[in-house]
Write a protein that binds this ligand. Structure first.
Ligand SMILES: [Zn+2]
Length: 437
């Protein structure tokens, strides 16, 4: 396979076929209702949700990829003008509704692009995915793994979503007289909301677009747009910030819950908008507190002490993540034993090439050398085309969307609110690597 044949989560001109892993914003940047560059392959659920995201999109371009089945497409080699067959399979990414990984096979070898994914070893869905991968790769080795390296750092250690959901519930039940706002994206975290609704026997407020999505996903009679019928609201993540919570608390006691694998960087204000650089992260009772302390008073809900100052609101971050934690990534790489590995997030929170942690688990013998070359060449910041050495001795290329998240400086993180960090993540651009390896 040569350059100009396949793109994954990348929507520029120059490919013959395009693959979409899921509908989160950082994977569809560049995709518009008027986009017509070629056939677009996606899962059945993604296809169902597509018209909401892209009203007016030419749906005849969409090709549904059934999970767990091999599909194929004939592509034209731009250089030899001969055809070559690309085989591909979608595997449940266990990330958000419709999210899939893609396994590609062809003359170029075998490549897996995870997109965003969660690999909870105890979950039944991960077991199913494992079985699918084993079956699909029983006679080949994986030449290249493009990995969701969002949390590719041993510091990112968080529990399964089942455990985290219980933590969320515990916070809600310990605030019986508070309104609750939970930050979510337009897609994802449905199981958390369903769990809360089921256990507390209550409806959950969502905004109108979210309600439409919930209905399309088959969740009727659980979500509502009427604020009067519930104290629990799932709100868009972009609207979840300290200022909003302050405003809400002037009307009714309210707490905010941010489900995320990335802990908030707690802030200690020395006056409004002035943050202390010395304040260490604070973890109390497994709750990350984001505190705003003024110089006037000292109090906080539920007793205890954080630091001097008045905490006029609380935001809880619960490690409920739709991305794999470090140990899950490690297990995944151990399981696949790829020849080579690259991260799809060019500048993740961990900001480390997956080869650094997992090179020894790959089949390549010179992982450290390769890593050095990558670091020296700074190719992670470039835009171009990925090349892959195939087991057949030819060089293959595939254009792949690589998420670029704002580099997070740990020493500086205590200065910056979580909300602002999240906003930066959303401003990332697609990057395509130029690595020849
Ligand atoms: Zn995602």
């Amino acid at each position: 396979m040569e350059s100009g044949m396949v793109s994954v989560d990348r929507w520029c001109a120059g490919s013959q076929v395009y693959f979409l892993t899921h509908l989160h914003a950082d994977h569809i940047r560049g995709l518009t209702p008027k986009w017509t560059r070629g056939p677009l392959y996606c899962s059945r659920i993604t296809a169902k949700l597509f018209p909401i995201k892209f009203p007016g999109f030419d749906l005849s371009l969409i090709r549904i990829v059934e999970i767990g089945h091999w599909h194929s497409v004939s592509l034209l080699s731009p250089s030899s003008v001969s055809s070559t067959i690309l085989y591909f399979m979608a595997i449940d990414a266990h990330h958000c509704p419709g999210a899939v990984m893609y396994l590609f096979r062809g003359e170029f070898g075998c490549t897996l692009y995870t997109g965003d994914f969660r690999w909870e070893s105890t979950s039944e869905r991960a077991q199913t995915g494992r079985t699918m991968l084993l079956k699909a790769m029983q006679d080949v080795k994986l030449d290249m793994l493009y990995l969701d390296n969002t949390y590719c750092n041993p510091t990112y250690c968080f529990p399964s979503r089942e455990v985290a959901a219980r933590q969320v519930l515990s916070i809600i039940t310990s605030h019986p007289n508070h309104d609750i706002v939970i930050a979510v994206d337009t897609l994802g975290k449905e199981n958390l909301l369903l769990y809360i609704s089921r256990v507390l026997k209550t409806k959950i407020w969502v905004w109108p677009e979210r309600l439409q999505i919930m209905h399309l996903l088959g969740f009727h009679d659980i979500f509502t747009t009427k604020t009067s019928v519930t104290r629990i609201r799932a709100v868009p993540r972009y609207s979840f910030n300290i200022e909003t919570l302050e405003g809400l608390n002037t009307m009714c006691p309210t707490i905010g819950i941010m489900p995320s694998g990335l802990p908030w960087a707690p802030k200690s204000f020395r006056g409004k908008e002035k943050l202390s650089s010395e304040s260490p992260p604070l973890l109390l009772d497994n709750r990350w507190h984001t505190d705003i302390a003024t110089s006037s008073t000292s109090s906080k809900p539920n007793g205890g002490s954080l630091s001097s100052g008045r905490y006029d609101h609380y935001i809880y971050t619960i490690p409920y993540s739709d991305h794999s934690c470090f140990s899950e990534l490690q297990k995944f790489v151990e399981f696949l034993k790829p020849t080579n590995i690259k991260g799809i997030v060019s500048s993740s929170a961990s900001n480390v090439d997956p080869l650094y942690h997992f090179g020894s688990l790959c089949r390549i013998q010179q992982a450290s050398e390769l890593l050095c070359q990558r670091l020296k060449s700074k190719r992670y910041e470039k835009v171009g085309v990925i090349g892959m050495k195939s087991p057949f001795g030819c060089t293959s290329t595939m254009q792949l969307g690589r998420k670029r998240r704002k580099r997070q400086n740990f020493s500086a993180s205590i200065h910056v609110s979580r909300v602002r960090l999240l906003r930066r993540e959303r401003q990332g651009v697609k990057i395509v690597d130029t690595d020849p390896d």
